[in-house]
Design a protein. Structure first.
Length: 94
C-alpha cells in the first residue's frame, strides 16, 4: 500500500505564537499513522505568518479528509487550507 503526501497551510491563533509551537500543536493533533515530513514558514505581513506543512498519511479511503480534520482541530490553529495531495512513489530495491 502506498502513501499520500498532503500539503496544508495553517494560520496560527495570533502572531505571538512561535512557529515551533504551532508545528508541535499540529503534530499532537495527528493520528498515529500520520507523520509530518517537512514544514516551512510563509511570511504574510506585520509579523503574521502561515505554516506550510507536508504530512505523510497511508493511502486509504477518506484519509485526506481525516488529515484535514485533524489539522483543523489542533489547538493553536485558527484556519487551515488544503494546498495539494499527491501519491508518494515507492522506491524500488535494485
Amino acid at each position: 500500500m502506498g502513501s499520500y503526501l498532503v500539503r496544508v497551510k495553517v494560520m496560527p491563533s495570533g502572531p505571538e505564537v512561535p512557529s515551533g509551537e504551532l508545528l508541535e500543536s499540529v503534530k499532537g493533533a495527528l493520528e498515529k499513522d500520520m507523520t509530518v515530513k517537512s514544514s516551512k514558514e510563509d511570511p504574510i505581513a506585520f509579523g503574521l505568518y502561515a505554516l506550510i506543512i507536508d504530512i505523510v498519511a497511508p493511502e486509504e479511503e477518506g484519509m485526506v479528509d481525516k488529515v484535514e480534520q485533524a489539522v483543523a482541530k489542533a489547538p493553536l490553529v485558527t484556519q487551515s487550507e488544503l494546498l495539494g495531495v499527491s501519491r508518494m512513489s515507492s522506491r524500488l530495491k535494485i
